[in-house]
Design a protein. Structure first.
Length: 417
């Protein structure tokens, strides 16, 4: 049986093949994301992977709706696997926002599903670190969030030489559009064209722009001027105060594909421009209002960092650590009549927090010792009457320790020098 195209298996290291996905690498980046979010005072939330189809069809915009994994469930309900986390968050906030002091700062690491054409950096499922701030209109919140994005990537060893956050503003584009075209209903279609500027064939883009009454030259000139709006300038200044200026630049080429963004938007890219976007986000001040049917009105902003492009970048920059797992003790059972007492020792060591392995079935002593080496055990332990013979596999030193002292002996030994 093959797995579905666009889905991944994650194996523990050492990997059976270089093209296989590493469960250890994924765990490593998720831990760094969580730790960085907590440093910024964010709390973790989660929601269901399956949602009513309607949560996404009206709020996220065409592009994502075309990529939905949706079906009718056995109760005749139209449902979809979540393609993004933001509508779920908006629903959760709308339901219980009164119980939380504003601004609300929450993060999540959901697995998301999009029926996309498989290509480099894009699969049909991915893990995405989401961080959002709810209930704050000040640009101080935008800057705080962008600083978190920068630090989440820095926590993995990436520097300003590796990535840049391109800052833009839907407000700036909205104004630019409205000066020339008064059909506001078409503004989102226009934004979509700008979003695809870098990926679409120039003839197709020109044709589309003409239909909105724009020339490519006007668009290029606007992007090249890159004149920061007042809100963008405040964000840039705030980030400069933190010493993070070199990680951001104003770039109106970014406009974002999702329909709900209202103000500042941004995307993180590798500096060499070889990969797809590492992360994307922005302000969505109307979404909670829309999802709550007008009941709750709260400003909001957030971002998502996907695991796929990020792992490609970390691999290319050789920033992934080696994930050689080791254990603390391998208990040798060379005499089967000692198995039960050995199990008691194993339990005692595990209760004390050590990682312990042993042979589940009778095995020759040399085979057991070989296994201890393969598992990169720090010690072997073997019962001898009321004592345990502990061998340090690095120094090859041996010690006979009374059973009652084994835990304290090992704790002492594993203390960093
Ligand atoms: P997004 O730009 O659609 O934004 O996705 C954010 C990031 O997730 C992308 O930059 C990319 O790294 C990753 N990603 C998205 N789709 C795929 C895919 N098919 N394969 C691999 N990686 C992918 C959002 O989803 C927004 N909801 C983010 C947000 C949170 N905005 C406000 N709060």
């Amino acid at each position: 049986m093959e797995r579905l195209p666009g889905f991944r298996d994650f194996y523990p290291e050492p990997l059976p093949h270089p093209d296989v996905w590493s469960a250890d690498a994924r765990q490593y980046i998720v831990e760094r994301w969580r730790a960085t979010a907590r440093r910024y005072g964010f709390r973790e939330y989660d929601g269901p992977p399956l949602e009513p189809l309607e949560l996404f069809t009206t709020k996220s915009g065409e592009e994502i709706v075309g990529q939905l994994y949706n079906f009718i469930d056995k109760g005749e309900r139209p449902v979809a696997l979540r393609p993004e986390m933001t509508p779920t968050l908006a629903r959760m906030i709308a339901a219980h926002e009164r119980n939380y002091k504003k601004p609300i700062k929450w993060f999540a690491v959901p697995q998301l599903f999009r029926y996309e054409r498989q290509q480099k950096g894009r699969l049909r499922e991915h893990f995405q670190f989401n961080a959002d701030i709810i209930g704050e209109t000040s640009t101080a919140a935008d800057a705080e969030l962008i600083a978190l994005l920068v630090d989440s990537l820095r926590s993995l060893g990436l520097s300003e030489a590796d990535f840049v956050v391109r800052l833009s503003s839907r407000n700036a584009w909205q104004q630019f559009y409205a000066e020339r075209n008064h059909d506001s209903a078409k503004a989102y279609d226009f934004f979509q064209t700008i979003d695809k500027l870098e990926r679409e064939k120039p003839e197709v883009t020109q044709e589309k722009l003409r239909s909105f009454g724009f020339s490519i030259d006007e668009i290029t000139a606007f992007i090249q001027r890159a004149e920061p709006t007042a809100e963008l300038q405040q964000i840039v200044d705030n980030l400069a105060a933190r010493g993070l200026s070199s990680f951001v630049k104003v770039d109106y080429q970014v406009i974002r594909g999702l329909a709900y963004y209202t103000g500042v938007v941004f995307e993180a890219f590798d500096r060499k421009g070889e990969l797809r976007a590492i992360a994307g986000g922005g302000r969505y001040d109307n979404l909670i209002n829309l999802i709550s049917g007008g009941r709750v009105d709260l400003a909001a902003l957030g971002f998502g960092i996907g695991d796929i492009v990020l792992l490609e970048l970390l691999k290319a920059r050789k920033l992934l650590p080696s994930f050689e797992a080791g254990i603390d003790v391998f208990v040798l059972i060379e005499d089967e009549s000692l198995r039960n007492r050995s199990l008691a020792l194993i339990q005692q060591l595990r209760d004390a927090g050590f990682s312990v392995e042993y042979s589940l079935t009778a095995a020759k002593p040399d085979k057991q010792f070989k296994r201890a080496l393969e598992l990169k055990s720090a010690f072997t332990g073997r019962l001898e009457a009321d004592q345990v013979r502990l061998k340090n596999l690095r120094t090859r030193e041996e010690r006979l320790v009374p059973s009652s002292d084994v835990v304290s002996f090992l704790k002492n030994e594993s203390r960093p020098a």
